[in-house]
Design a protein around this ligand. Sequence first.
Ligand SMILES: Nc1ncnc2c1ncn2[C@@H]1O[C@H](COP(=O)(O)OP(=O)(O)O)[C@@H](O)[C@H]1O
Ligand SMILES: C=C(OP(=O)(O)O)C(=O)O
Ligand SMILES: [K+]
Ligand SMILES: [Mg+2]
Length: 557
Amino acid sequence: MSQSLQLLTPNPTFSFPHHPSPKPIFHSYSPIISKSNLSLRSQHHPPPSHSAATDLASIEVDAVTETELKENGFRSTRRTKVVCTIGPATCGFEQLEALAVGGMNVARINMCHGTREWHKMVIERVRRLNHEKGYAVAVMMDTEGSEIHMGDLRGASSAKAEDGEIWTFSVRAFDSTLPEHTINVNYEGFAEDVKVGDELLLDGGMVRFEVIEKIGPDVKCRCTDPGLLLPRANLTFWRNGSVVREKNSMLPTISSKDWLDIDFGISEGVDFIAISFVKTAEVINHLRSYIEARSPNSDVALIAKIESIDSVKNLEEIIQVADGAMVARGDLGAQIPLEQVPATQERIVQLCRQLNKPVIVASQLLESMIEYPTPTRAEVADVSEAVRQRADALMLSGESAMGQFPEKALTVLRSVSLRIERWWREQKQYETIAQPSIGTSHSENISEEICNSAAKMANILEVDALFVFTKTGHMASLLSRCRPDCPIFAFTTTPSVRRRLNLQWGLIPFRLSFSDDMETNLNKTFSLLKARNLIKSGDLVIAVSDMMQSIQVMNVP
Ligand SMILES: Nc1ncnc2c1ncn2[C@@H]1O[C@H](COP(=O)(O)OP(=O)(O)O)[C@@H](O)[C@H]1O
Ligand SMILES: C=C(OP(=O)(O)O)C(=O)O
Ligand SMILES: [K+]
Ligand SMILES: [Mg+2]
């Protein structure tokens, strides 16, 4: 038995095309909702017309989600997603599988490090894992970007800079061995541009030096804040309390190496490209046109990394055109005063939510776990705050790429997220902040209102799950944006959409072939999910879809 609110449209079977193409516009609003076709009605579902057994293979959900749902029920599934950077500590097939088992939603490869062959191998392993074990782990490629950074350490994994030591930063080309206390800089004009008295910040300020002397291509510096230097760490220089950025702003956001990496990413079919050091919306538009021209059928989402002063200044226009954003606090903390990072994070998270773009909070979440098996209390508080802000996803960097405890770090993110999410539900802290309307056509506005209402009803009626049948993922993200109290089962026909939805808050993406007929879809879904013990008779569900603009409330038969 179900109750449904149907908003009948002139074309009830349209589906949303993929962003950013324009959505169909309905010319008149008034005939869409009238007294006669805005109805709350009860209906009796016929028994499922086909045997569940024959269709069992046609619903795809990963083993971890399945176990989580069976063991703990809908309420306790994790809503906050996790991105893990893959590196030497986690690139083996078993290690990747352990991360997937631990709840990794997206595997990130950072093009700053490793060779293309290495990245190709990682992508293939993730794909194999998905294929063989039913996961939907998405792959994110993160560009190097053309900011200034130090060279590698000729094989050494790190070097320690002690207080007061004199180090040489040089643009010279050295052969295989670097002289002691010497660091290569990738930017030709470096020796000319720095001045005696400038402060050099490495790795987002983790290690600091003061420039004391310039000798041709060599710059002698004294270490003022000791620490561990990591290969290819980023480098900024500061003068009179602010970052010197004229030079950086002349470098292209996407370097020639980045373009080759992007070609590589497209041909490997990565799900997300994260663009480092975005400064303007234009660079995202440019990249999008490039990808569309080069590979019209590719389904790759563009994530703008907010990590420079310019990106903070142009935040809204950048997020408008991107498919998502990353609060890349590592570099951000080297470009704006550290004490401004928390407020900037909160602003980015809120803005992304308003504009319906997934947002990732990244860098140093559990930094101490690179070396130690337990996090600091302060790190746990930082993770909690990101979860409390309802960011879509948290990201591990060094903790999973080269740390000693990648799986433990993932466990901490998972348990802290679950705890904060539960606390927040127990407090009945529903998200009451009304989100602004973002639709640009009647049909978009209707979809938005349907999702807002469905989420609100789900909270008030305390339903067990929201179901959304979506071809492009758009309706699923509109529901996720409401941050409802129950999980959202997102059914989609395309594997790439399923992987993409894996980055978004509260969505449990399933792959399922379905038709434009909601009645049939619901019956099929219920019988498939019941056969796998993922739902049971009596569970209360609200279903929406982007084929038919309706809200249906029903108990699972
Ligand atoms: N593909 C890789 N190969 C080797 N080391 C890597 C790789 N990816 C990441 N790392 C290591 O993990 C650290 C943290 O990763 P990440 O935060 O992505 O990079 P970065 O520190 O350059 O911003 C890096 O500094 C590097 O030491
Ligand atoms: C995520 C970041 O970028 P990357 O690790 O590529 O420097 C960051 O700077 O925080
Ligand atoms: K990068
Ligand atoms: Mg960065």
